[in-house]
Design a binder for this molecule. Structure first.
Ligand SMILES: Cc1cc2nc3c(=O)[nH]c(=O)nc-3n(C[C@H](O)[C@H](O)[C@H](O)COP(=O)(O)OP(=O)(O)OC[C@H]3O[C@@H](n4cnc5c(N)ncnc54)[C@H](O)[C@@H]3O)c2cc1C
Length: 466
């Protein structure tokens, strides 16, 4: 139960100059940045081993103007990334925050590469919807597990204190909003109070709290939640009690391609490279290339709340760079056939309608034409046998609403003034994806977690005592 107590500040069991709640990408980037600034941060994490939604992700971070892009001749810039973010967010993303984030994107990738030996690579063989340049940077396994393990390792090598298996429950604040410390509950039920000079909330959003999802994102109330269950909306609940400004609470990152009943993410590369989706009546139902986030609700609206991703062996070859895709193959989620008819039979879909849709798509590809939904197909993406299909559903990945912050990550009150020593980053803060699922440009999650994590780590350190 997340609580705030005002002016009931008692004895502390311990003190830390800087406390960080949550050891995901945001919290660990903040701790590493603080360490560089000479501040010993203490990170509080409810899990025994840090994982968070960061571990569940593909670990792909967009960044503009990196040396990895230059080495491959990719022209890109912070301004271009900002324009892509705003185009996807219908111009609703806070401009100053976007500016900070895009300018910090290449430096954060190069910081993790150079200072902490992260072996980032540019993803070159497919692109995500809405990105006007190849700019996704991933680790060799293409997993968020590798990203979080490398962050934890870097934190441990730097001597950062991670208090794991502890849930932050109560914040202690003065009437003026100055945070004085927190109470944590440890695995054995014992409680400790830790005082601090500054506090960073890096405990992500409310996707793991069904009551908050029902309250703020009713369209996804009954959807599969695919993020970390420990993200229970504490930042929002504390923020409400402190009088913080909260925004974009109905916005979220969804995904329209989670293999069902296996519950394994199927990369959107299968669609972007020329695949498409049909429903249980063999019918296509929208332009799939608008984005995987808004596609979650589209898929959930189809009969049975499911759809089929349809693609071919070439595309499967690209998708196999993701461990999840290989896991889905091992789990028997893929149907494979040598003809369109045989594939329809395996999917148990109306064969005539399926063949009609297939023919339509392939004809549009040959002509490089727009379909009835506005999707443009390309001749290079003709599907050739063997053909693949996987049954998918829509899922909620994480909430995008949260605490409103300034460009240093400092949390704002409802009247626009700043809390003296309270910061938020990653999914705890409001995102840069506007007010709906459709505003999410792929990569916005880890982009904000890593860049803002570093920014708040630096800014909060300036308030903490050495
Ligand atoms: C399946 C999936 C795939 C995704 N793929 C991508 C991708 O490829 N690229 C991308 O940019 N984004 C992706 N995202 C989004 C991305 O994972 C998140 O935006 C990002 O990881 C958020 O980082 P964070 O540090 O804010 O939160 P998290 O990584 O979730 O960390 C928050 C931590 O806080 C801890 N915590 C919460 N409350 C408390 C408390 N009271 N006390 C102590 N600890 C607490 C949690 O246990 C957790 O470890 C994906 C998300 C999902 C679910």
């Amino acid at each position: 139960m997340s609580r705030v107590e005002f002016d009931s500040i008692g004895d502390w069991n311990a003190r830390a100059p800087l406390l960080i709640i949550g050891a995901g990408a945001a919290g660990l980037c903040a701790a590493l940045a603080a360490k560089e600034a000479g501040i010993e941060a203490v990170v509080i994490e409810r899990d025994a081993v840090p994982s968070g939604s960061t571990a569940l992700s593909a670990g792909l971070v967009p960044a503009a103007g990196t040396r990895f892009q230059r080495a491959k001749g990719v022209a890109d810039s912070a301004d271009q990334l900002a324009a892509d973010i705003q185009r996807k967010a219908y111009g609703e993303a806070p401009a100053a925050l976007v500016e900070t984030i895009v300018r910090g994107s290449a430096p954060v990738i190069e910081w993790l590469t150079e200072r902490h030996a992260f072996p980032f690579e540019l993803i070159e063989n497919f692109n995500y919807p809405g990105h006007s340049a190849l700019r996704m940077h991933g680790l060799p396994s293409r997993t968020g597990r590798e990203l979080i393990d490398r962050l934890r390792n870097a934190a441990e090598l730097s001597g950062i204190v991670l208090l794991t298996g502890c849930i932050a429950q109560t914040l202690f604040a003065e009437k003026d909003g100055r945070l004085r410390g927190i109470e944590i509950v440890q695995g054995d039920g014992s409680r400790e109070r830790i005082g601090c000079d500054a506090l960073i909330l890096a405990c992500n959003g409310y996707g793991g709290n069904p009551a908050l999802v029902r309250r703020f994102i009713p369209e996804m109330a009954d959807a599969l939640y695919f993020g970390h269950p420990g993200n229970r909306g504490d930042a929002v609940l504390w923020g409400e009690r402190l009088g913080a400004e909260l925004a974009c609470l109905g916005a979220y990152q969804g995904h329209g391609s989670v293999a069902t009943p296996h519950n394994i993410l199927i990369t959107w590369a299968v669609i972007m490279e020329g695949g498409f989706q049909v429903n249980a009546q063999s019918r296509r139902f929208c332009d799939e290339t608008c984005g995987y986030s808004e596609q979650a609700a589209q898929v959930l609206c189809q009969p049975g709340g499911t759809a089929w991703d349809v693609f071919d062996a070439r595309i499967a070859g690209i998708a196999r760079q993701f461990e999840d895709f290989e896991a889905a193959e091992r789990a028997g989620a893929m149907l494979i056939a040598d003809s369109v008819d045989e594939l329809a039979g395996k999917m148990r879909l109306p064969a005539d309608t399926f063949a009609e849709e297939w023919h339509d798509v392939e004809t549009l590809k040959a002509r490089g034409a727009l379909d009835r939904y506005g999707r443009r197909f390309s001749a290079e993406q003709e599907l050739r046998p063997p053909f693949f299909a996987v049954k998918v559903t829509g899922a909620l990945f994480h909430s995008q609403g949260g605490l409103v912050i300034d460009t240093t990550g400092r949390v704002k009150r409802k009247d626009g003034s700043l809390f003296p020593n309270l910061f938020a980053a990653g999914g705890a803060a409001v995102g840069i994806s506007g007010t709906s699922a459709a505003g999410y440009l792929s990569g916005n999650g880890l982009l904000t977690a890593t860049v803002l994590g570093r920014v708040v780590g630096q800014a909060a350190s300036a308030l903490a005592s050495h």
